[in-house]
Design a protein around this ligand. Sequence first.
Ligand SMILES: [Mn+2]
Length: 140
Amino acid sequence: MPTPSMEDYIEQIYLLIEAKGYARVSDIAEALAVHPSSVTKMVQKLDKDDYLVYEKYRGLILTSKGKKIGKRLVARHELLEQFLRIIGVEEENIYNDVEGIEHHLSWNAIDRIGDLVQYFEDNKIRVEELEQIQKQNENN
Ligand SMILES: [Mn+2]
């Protein structure tokens, strides 16, 4: 199992490759707001653990194991954003809140949150009812 920090790297590398076709150390450093030397160190560890293949002058590619977990991590991030949006969290808080919680929930909890998102998505009246409760609570 990757550590939270490894998860952040795999997630960003997956997103960069999806968007640009490649992931450079400098791009990863910028996306995670860390020093390039930290990226090099982590990339070497991820290579050793078989999440990616890193060649100094040719860049890096995710292995099938890296792609599989990367896809799952990105989907988890998106689901949690969707969840916080549905329950009425303000847009400006959503990204950082997800970054703060995403590594600390079990996949079991993620799946159940998925059910809850589906519950709200299936019937928008449920979202409106929740908004009514929130309005009442704000007025109290
Ligand atoms: Mn994330």
